[in-house]
Design a protein around this ligand. Structure first.
Ligand SMILES: [Ca+2]
Ligand SMILES: [Ca+2]
Length: 411
């Protein structure tokens, strides 16, 4: 009986420890901004979390994360305690340094009119000789090296102590600057900037095609809202996602609105090497052979750990190419037969003729309606005289083609 009671006690204790542990771990969240300006978030900043040693100094490294498009970072499930948070770098190019900064630095270092206090971020930006204060040597360094020899680097405020307990977590805004931008004019990334990278690739064109949209660095999300703009030369057939059933897909005149959310807004994994959505489409009768571009609206976003994240998207760009519809033939020179390769951008009445050097029609190989896409045709040449010929592709469709290439016949 006593043993059972003891076991029960242990079980209750274990349960209490488990629950206190799960209640005692919360995310540490914060923001990294340019010159402490909330309208200038610094995206892609690497933020590191450290413990605190016995002298209240930076202890051992724990983990790191990266800020999102809005400059926000999150360390999930961090047990309560004291930590240091430090920003070390960002992949954004620094900038914003010009003669205005020299003038401002002169004002700040004027011994006749010393300013009472200067913000730490301003000192960081202007302290080019690294002696932790603003002085005339900093002014000289900046003015002598402008405009061509000054190569700004990023500087960030020192690590901040974070007290993380059950009542609150004091995570201050972390500031960064490009060195030399003393007056903080640089805008690291615009909120209105479309976070879209276009992955150009030439897709052999056919009436039916698909657009695979990739979202860079998104490995999990609880919800997704994408707005994709498309040209009037195509009709949308279908939209699918690796995340499963899309809750709501609305195809409007020139845009597709895709909504997805996970049950109870729980996190779902996203396979980074797979597209987040695939749009199937077909060219319509307005299509005249040009390029087909789909663009991501800057409304597109994901919800990750309760934060709105706007990643860089990768969207294929369907290029009609160099308009080299008529490709090579092989073999060339030929003695028995040769194969001609060509691409039709749209369904077309198609003619493939062979002419001799004098422009006289020697042979008609194709003269019929053909579907858009890649084609090849075998031409028997053993009966033809040795010499130089031209094979010529002409089409009449919404795109008309008239291209010729050389063919040599030897026996
Ligand atoms: Ca200095
Ligand atoms: Ca500046």
């Amino acid at each position: 009986m006593k043993k059972r009671t003891a076991n029960l006690m242990i079980a209750i204790l274990a349960l209490l420890m488990l629950s206190s542990q799960s209640f005692g771990a919360q995310p540490i969240k914060g923001t990294v901004t340019y010159h402490d300006d909330p309208s200038k978030p610094i995206a892609s900043a690497v933020v590191e979390l450290y413990g605190v040693d016995e002298n209240e100094e930076i202890g051992s490294y724990i983990t790191s994360t990266t800020t999102n498009f809005n400059g926000k970072y999150i360390f999930p499930n961090i047990p309560y305690g004291s930590y240091y948070v430090k920003v070390i770098s960002t992949s954004i190019e620094p900038g914003g340094v010009d003669y205005d900064d020299v003038e401002y630095l002169e004002v700040l270092t004027d011994p006749n009119a010393p300013l009472a206090s200067v913000e730490m971020i301003v000192i960081l930006a202007g302290d080019l000789n690294g002696n932790n204060s603003l002085d005339t040597e900093d002014v000289d360094l900046l003015s002598e090296n402008l405009p061509d020899n000054f190569d700004p680097e990023w500087v960030f405020e020192p690590a901040r102590l974070v007290i993380h307990d059950g009542t609150k977590t004091n995570v201050p805004t972390m500031g960064g600057s490009s060195s030399g931008d003393v007056n903080g004019t640089f805008v690291p990334i615009g909120r209105n900037e479309i976070a879209t990278t276009v992955n150009y690739f030439q897709k052999q064109f056919s009436n039916n095609f698909s657009i695979e949209v990739f979202a860079k660095d998104i490995t999990e999300a609880s919800a997704m809202g994408l707005v994709v703009e498309y040209p009037s030369t195509v009709n949308i057939k279908n939209v699918s996602s690796q995340l499963g059933n899309l809750k709501n897909v609305r195809v409007e005149e020139n845009r597709i609105i895709v909504n997805w959310s996970n049950e109870n807004l729980a996190s779902a994994d996203i396979n980074n090497s797979e597209p987040v959505i695939v749009i199937s489409a077909v060219t319509n009768d307005k299509y005249n052979g040009g390029d087909v571009k789909f663009t991501m609206s800057n409304l597109s976003h994901f919800l990750v750990n309760g934060e709105v994240v706007r990643p860089a998207f990768s969207v294929p760009y369907l290029s009609a190419g160099s308009n080299d519809y008529l490709s090579h033939c092989y073999p060339n020179p030929a003695s028995e037969k040769t194969t001609v390769y060509f691409t039709l951008p749209c369904d077309s009445k198609t003619t493939l003729n062979i002419y001799n050097l004098n422009g006289k029609l020697t042979k008609t190989i194709i003269n019929e309606m053909m579907a858009a896409g890649q084609h090849s045709v075998v031409i028997p040449v053993s009966e033809m005289k040795e010499g130089v010929y031209f094979y010529s592709l002409t089409t009449s469709g919404s795109v008309s083609i008239n291209q010729s290439k050389r063919l040599v016949i030897v026996h």
